[in-house]
Design a protein around this ligand. Structure first.
Ligand code: AR6
Length: 193
């Protein structure tokens, strides 16, 4: 389907206030709640959320699972588990990319067209923020290029994160497979293709 407008945007907000088809939760593998954005989402959704999460059997790093949104303005929550940062030597980049890919695929499989992401892994899990933003922008740009989404929001909690995401988006996604070079958008890494 042709895309009339760029569906990707940056918002500075508390993700629990967004009325979209889905918000993404940066969860842990138990899916039973925690601190950070996970705690905020569970508090705002109410106890029905953890009750549904208990039926899901947890979630492995990089994977994603979906629940209803209960008392949230968002109709669904997509729970994904980001990698804990270990100096970049334990496959963290690929695991983080998988969080975005699997969350978007799950949304698409459920016919959800508006979705917001927090900056997964960049809080308690310690993933460097700019490196994470580049991975997020690359994966979201790739998925959104197919026209499956009306809105994909990078929901930043602080102003510095919003500034970072706007800059990374303006620079364009860079893929190791040279994808932007094929479409003439963004900057392919030198030597790609
Ligand atoms: N809305 C949007 N973004 C938020 C909000 C909010 N209400 N609250 C925090 N952030 P974190 P992680 C941002 O620590 O690093 C939990 O205990 C925050 O500023 O929530 O993936 C889980 O149960 C940061 O940019 O998630 C796991 O154990 C981003 O959300 C662990 O933390 C992610 O920070 C996951 O750690």
């Amino acid at each position: 389907m042709a895309q009339d407008r760029n569906p990707i945007e940056v918002a500075q907000a508390d993700i629990t206030t967004l009325a979209l088809d889905a918000i993404v939760n940066a969860a842990n593998s138990s899916l039973l709640g925690g601190g950070g954005v996970d705690g905020a989402i569970h508090r705002a959704a109410g106890p029905e959320l953890v009750a549904e999460c208990r039926t899901l059997g947890g979630c492995r790093t990089g994977e994603a699972k979906i629940t209803k949104g209960y008392r949230l303005p968002a109709s669904h929550v997509i729970h994904t588990v980001g990698p804990v940062w270990r100096e970049g030597e334990a496959g963290e980049d690929e695991a983080l990319a998988a969080c975005y890919r699997n969350s978007l695929a799950l949304a698409q499989a459920h016919g959800l067209r508006t979705i917001a992401f927090p900056a997964i892994s960049t809080g308690i899990y310690g993933f460097p923020k700019e490196r994470a933003a580049r991975i997020a922008v690359a994966e979201v740009s790739r998925a959104a290029a197919g026209g499956a989404f009306e809105r994909v929001v990078f929901c930043c909690f602080g102003e510095a994160d919003a500034v970072l995401y706007r800059r990374v988006l303006a620079e364009g996604p860079a893929f190791s497979d040279g994808w932007p070079a094929r479409t003439g958008r963004g900057t392919a890494p030198s030597g790609a293709r």
